[in-house]
Design a protein around this ligand. Structure first.
Ligand code: PLP
Length: 453
């Protein structure tokens, strides 16, 4: 079959996720054929440096043979089994043990699911289950953040603060609330320091809790670094000020480590980087280097004890998916975690992360760039119409998309989130590949300039 016929069949048959369906129908997209290291190749043979690791996930790049071998071996031995009805299998047991041995402090049990969305959806259900078990049926509302992202099931998209994912879908669910977006660069007032801004964010959260009634607020969901909101690192003092408020009102804290988990910020967990003390932790993506769909929700002993009570009363823990904790996915995840340790992936991120951060921060000298910030191997570069006055581009200019398109033309895949360009390359990226990525991004910015100014 000719490659351009794939494009036509694709347009005629596939519904593309998170895509402008009208534009896609008319113009199509790019069909990716294969991957090697940090590079991907389309059907025409064009090579791209994948500076987003797919969807923030292909942490070991696109050609890690060990993971393919482990998957094949597992497929031959036990291609499928489940963990319903008191059954188990070796890959699930081994993965749970390994994961909890490196988990953020206080995590006691793990529930395997298939995606980040499912892990967060399960967390929402458990928050409700927990408060029912504790005899507090009114304590059910969950607070997320404007521009926060926790997935696309009905419940996880509802706790997400992404209006374009709510529109047309009758989301969010009525028991979800959203507090302010702690994006300092964009929303600080003139002369306001990061600490002062964080205080204002914490005060806004407390005000929301009090207005709703603390007895109705069950949980707060946050990503250590906001990914889908634009790769936004928290302002100084933010989590230090937020966490005591959650404790004060007996509100569970879920750290969504779906992007940050497994080294992205230079530590195993974003929770370590920002000194978070969550009651629940969700992770996915780099858990299996994205080679298999798997996620994990880890919970504290206190939540587990409530589950025991509730399950005891009801006769079962009535939750589960056919493919949750799939043996092939567990085996691949287990091997991924071994590779991280053997190759000292954390050490590598700490070594090359500063090169990426310095290179991106240097783009602030470019007329289109107002701000570039990140940590480890995650960063966001914010495009501004007038950076002296912090005036953004009009949405119709589609500045982010223009830069993203120009990047693709020079062989670089980045992601425009509004007018913020996100970078999360595979964790194995080398210093030389970071130089190449930065050079290509510089070319893309230069090419976009006449289209935007
Ligand atoms: N949570 C965060 C922080 C994410 O970035 C994502 C996906 O990008 C999700 C949850 C949802 O994960 P999935 O797409 O695997 O359902």
């Amino acid at each position: 079959m000719l490659s351009n016929s794939h494009d036509l069949i694709d347009r005629a048959t596939v519904i593309h996720q998170q895509t402008d369906l009208v534009a896609y129908k008319d113009h199509g997209g790019t069909i990716i054929k294969r991957g090697e290291g940090v590079y991907i190749y389309d059907e025409q043979g064009n090579k791209y440096l994948e500076a987003m690791a797919g969807l923030w996930c292909a942490s070991l790049g696109f050609s890690e043979k060990r993971l393919a071998d482990v998957a094949y071996k597992q497929l031959l031995e036990l291609p499928y089994y489940h963990t319903f009805f008191a059954k188990s299998h070796v890959p699930s047991v081994e993965l749970a043990d390994r994961l909890l041995s490196i988990a953020p402090k206080g995590m006691s049990k793990v529930l395997f699911q298939c995606s980040g969305s499912e892990a967060n959806d399960a967390a929402i259900k458990l928050v409700w289950y927990y408060n029912n078990a504790r005899g507090r049926p009114e304590k059910k509302k969950i607070i997320g953040r404007v521009r926060g992202y926790h997935g696309n099931t009905v419940a996880s998209v509802s706790v997400s603060g992404q209006p374009h994912m709510h529109g047309g879908f009758d989301a969010p669910l009525p028991m979800m609330r959203h507090t302010e977006n702690p994006h300092y660069y964009r929303f600080h007032e003139e002369g306001e320091t990061e600490e002062q801004f964080s205080t204002r964010m914490a005060e806004a959260l407390e005000k929301l809790i009090l207005a709703e009634g603390p007895e109705t607020i069950a949980a707060f969901f946050a990503e250590p670094v906001q990914g889908g909101g634009g790769a936004i690192t928290p302002p100084k003092g933010y989590f230090e000020k937020i966490q005591p408020i959650l404790k004060k009102y007996d509100i569970l804290f879920l750290a969504d480590e779906v992007i940050c988990g497994f080294g992205r910020t230079g530590n195993m967990w974003g929770s370590e980087t920002y000194d978070l003390k969550p009651d629940m932790v969700s992770c996915a993506k780099a858990l299996s280097a994205a080679y298999q769909p798997i996620s994990a929700l880890m919970i504290s002993e206190d939540i587990y004890n409530a589950m025991l009570d509730q399950s005891g009363k009801l006769g079962t823990f009535g939750h589960g998916f056919t493919y949750g904790g799939h043996p092939v996915a567990c085996a691949v995840a287990n091997e991924t975690l071994k590779i991280y340790e053997e190759r000292n992936i954390l050490g590598h991120v700490r070594q090359v992360g500063p090169l990426m951060q310095a290179g991106l921060e240097a783009t602030e000298a470019h007329p289109l760039v107002g701000n570039a910030r990140g940590i480890g191997l995650i960063a966001g570069v914010e495009l501004m119409a007038n950076k002296e006055k912090r005036i953004p581009f009009a949405p119709e200019a589609k500045a982010g998309i223009v830069v993203q398109d120009e990047a693709q033309k020079v062989g670089l895949v980045v992601r425009a989130i509004g007018d913020r360009i996100a970078f999360t390359p595979p964790l194995i990226i080398t210093a030389a590949e970071i130089d190449e990525m930065l050079a290509k991004f510089g070319k893309a910015l230069d090419a976009a300039l006449p289209r935007l100014k």
